[in-house]
Each structure stands twice: as structure tokens, then as C-alpha cells.
Design a protein around this ligand. Structure first.
Ligand code: GNR
Ligand code: NI
Length: 206
């Protein structure tokens, strides 16, 4: 289903650009997943801190727009994921301390994209079915089986919490090519922001 995975990104959405300032893409030097393992496991009780981050994460995910978001992508270093794979964006899911307790041997391939790797899509092979254990927002333990898109997205998001990205599954050549391009884009964005700030301060001074 490569085409449906693309639905999460419209041409007007440019993750990492000034419209979504809380996203940092690969290559910007400060992007969390490339250099940070999000190892903070939350206590079993759902704390007020988490109740703050979950609604904000939903807002970031819907605005992006994306079908899933890991806390680490918005610089929240906690093991929290939000998902909504429904067409009409009516099925919020929030997972605290998620873990995969079982994965099928059978693999499936999905054409993945990522808010942290803007404008790049590629096929990734992952277990076709997984069983996920997590805390819900009330702090109770939940378990469910996922397949299809849900299984793919849960694994994609969990990977973010471990400091990984879907491009880690690609050949070194492909990965280095996309990182190089995004590093260049990030540098241009930086220069543009610098020029804008300079112009604005000149205008304010004049
Ligand atoms: O919005 C997203 N779409 C998507 C499509 C295929 C496989 C994974 C994803 S997750 C992505 C949002 C994102 O980057 N979450 O980390
Ligand atoms: Ni992602």
C-alpha cells in the first residue's frame, strides 16, 4: 500500500521547515533520533508531566500531518508514542512505555516515510505482526496485537525511541545519500533564517 502511506504527507507539509518549528530533521545537527537514545522509562503511574506531553504530541502529529509521532521527535525524552492511522483522524492512540513482546517471523514490506526524514520514502521490511504492551494514559497495562499499517507504524515509532530511523534499514549508500541531502537543506534553512533575522533587524533599525 505505498500510496496510502504517502497520504500522511501533503505537498503543503514540509516537516522541518518554519511551519513546523518543533521538528528537526536529519542533518540539522540537533535532531534527537540521530544521536540520542530515549531511555527514560516512565514510572508506572501516569504523571502530570505525561498528561501534558500527550495532547501536545497529538497537536504536533495532526499539524505535521503524520500518522504517528514519537516523543523524541519533538524533543521530549520520554517513552511516549501517539498514533492515529484512521482516514478521518478520529482514532487517537497514546502508548506510554511501549514494548514489543512478540513479533512474527513473517515479514512485510511497507513504503515508509518519516517526519524526521522529509521528502524521502523507501521500502522497509519488518515483522508483519507484533504484540505490543504499554501503559495507557490512566497508567494501566494494556496489550494488543497489530498487523498491517498499525504494526508498521508502531515499529517505526518504537525505533525512534531507540534512537533509530527507518533509513537505518537501507543500504549505506542510500542512507548516506539522503543524510547528505538533508544536511545540505538544513544548512540552507539556517542561512535563510540568518538572512531573515539580519534583514528584520535592519528594517527595525531604519
Ligand atoms: O506519517 C507517517 N507516515 C508513515 C508512513 C509509513 C510508515 C511510517 C510512517 S510514520 C510517519 C510519521 C513519523 O515519522 N512518525 O515517526
Ligand atoms: Ni518517523
Amino acid at each position: 500500500m505505498p500510496s496510502s502511506s504517502r497520504l500522511a504527507f501533503t505537498s503543503s507539509s514540509k516537516p522541518g521547515s518554519s511551519t513546523t518549528p518543533n521538528f528537526r530533521s536529519v542533518g540539522s545537527g540537533t535532531h534527537c533520533p540521530s544521536n540520542h537514545r530515549c531511555s527514560v522509562t516512565l514510572r508506572s503511574r501516569y504523571s502530570p508531566n505525561n498528561s501534558l506531553s500527550v495532547p501536545r504530541m497529538f497537536a504536533s502529529m495532526y499539524r505535521a500531518p503524520g500518522i504517528g509521532l514519537a516523543a523524541t521527535q519533538v524533543d521530549v525524552h520520554k517513552r511516549v508514542l501517539v498514533l492515529d492511522i484512521s482516514e478521518d483522524k478520529s482514532q487517537l492512540m497514546a502508548f506510554i512505555n511501549p514494548e514489543i513482546v512478540w513479533a512474527s517471523e513473517e515479514l512485510s514490506t511497507y513504503n515508509e516515510g518519516c517526519l524526521s526524514v522529509p521528502d524521502y520514502y523507501d521500502d522497509v521490511k519488518r515483522p508483519a505482526r507484533v504484540r505490543v504492551r504499554h501503559l495507557d494514559r490512566a497508567g494501566s497495562v494494556q496489550e494488543f496485537d497489530a498487523e498491517g499499517l498499525l504494526a508498521t507504524v508502531v515499529q517505526h515509532e518504537l525505533e525512534h525511541l531507540e534512537g533509530g530511523l527507518f533509513i537505518d534499514h537501507l543500504s549505506r549508500l542510500k542512507r548516506e545519500r539522503v543524510v547528505k541531502r538533508l544536511t545540505k537543506v538544513a544548512r540552507y534553512d539556517e542561512i535563510a533564517a540568518h538572512n531573515r533575522a539580519e534583514r528584520e533587524s535592519e528594517e527595525a533599525g531604519a
